[in-house]
Design a binder for this molecule. Structure first.
Ligand code: SAM
Length: 246
């Protein structure tokens, strides 16, 4: 799981006169400098606090919420595959917005959430933990679960463990993005949506061009919740043209 999503529990000191909650990390003695920086950044981050308040498993939820707010990609009754789903905040958002958890009146959607790490169940979703999405067996499992039904939205927030070497990390996330795209092309309905996370780099432009072969529109988005220092961009591809079968 991405380190940003690690669940931390720390003693806090709250200064209520400010918009943001200012928290002071304690017990950092003996921790590596990088861990100290990570903790300090978590404690300054308003999305971390907001995620706790709104019971999301991690701050990433706000990225998908913003994408949905702007582009209305998730609606009650839709079928969604969520790739790289652990710890599950996008899955929480998707199950709420598609009504896969059946909490509202009206159409009930379906959400399939996959990650190579194990993660806790999300109400209303089919959670496939411990399953590497790039493994053909994982994709066969998803196909079996779908029983021939096509999907409205494929999400990929998959990210490899970062090495810190920008080119290598870019190459690795592109492999995941292409795996998600190949699968999306096989299982998606015409007019469906594909959202994929990329870390910027030399292969992004070609990827966008490839997306445009299959989707009518492609747009790059950097949600507010994306950290300033992150190179991540989400590509939103809409209106899948469908595959010619003959
Ligand atoms: N969207 C998630 C959420 O909101 O909770 C956060 C996803 S996190 C940024 C990226 C995830 O991609 C990690 O949990 C990681 O295990 C997963 N991942 C990376 N490579 C994968 C692969 N080959 N198959 C499945 N999941 C993968």
């Amino acid at each position: 799981m991405n380190s940003l999503c690690r669940n931390i529990s720390l003693t806090r000191s709250l200064h209520t006169g400010r918009v943001l909650l200012k928290e002071t990390p304690r017990n950092l003695k003996g921790k590596k400098h990088s861990s100290q920086l990570w903790l300090e950044r978590q404690l300054r981050d308003p999305y971390v606090e907001k995620a706790k308040q709104e019971k999301y498993r991690c701050r990433s939820a706000f990225k998908l919420l913003e994408i949905n707010e702007r582009f209305k990609i998730l609606n009650p009754g839709l079928t969604v595959v969520d790739c790289g789903a652990a710890p599950g905040s996008w899955t929480q958002v998707a199950t709420n917005l598609t009504n896969a958890n059946g909490k509202k009146e009206g159409p009930v959607g379906r959400v399939y959430a996959v990650d190579k790490l194990p993660f806790y169940p999300v109400e209303g979703a089919t959670v496939l933990g411990n399953m590497d999405f790039t493994n053909i067996k994982t994709q066969e499992t998803l196909n079996k679960l779908l029983q021939g039904d096509k999907v409205d939205v494929v999400l990929s927030d998959m990210a490899p463990n970062a090495s810190g070497i920008r080119e290598i990390d870019h190459d690795n996330i592109m492999l995941l993005a292409y795996a998600a795209l190949r699968f999306a092309l096989q299982i998606s309905k015409a007019q469906s949506t594909f959202v994929v996370k990329i870390w910027d780099g030399g292969k992004m432009q070609q990827f966008e061009q490839n997306l445009l072969k299959f989707y009518s529109s492609v747009r790059a988005i950097r949600p507010d919740a994306t950290r300033n220092e992150s190179t991540e961009t989400f590509l939103l591809a809409r209106r899948f043209k469908g595959l010619k079968t003959s």
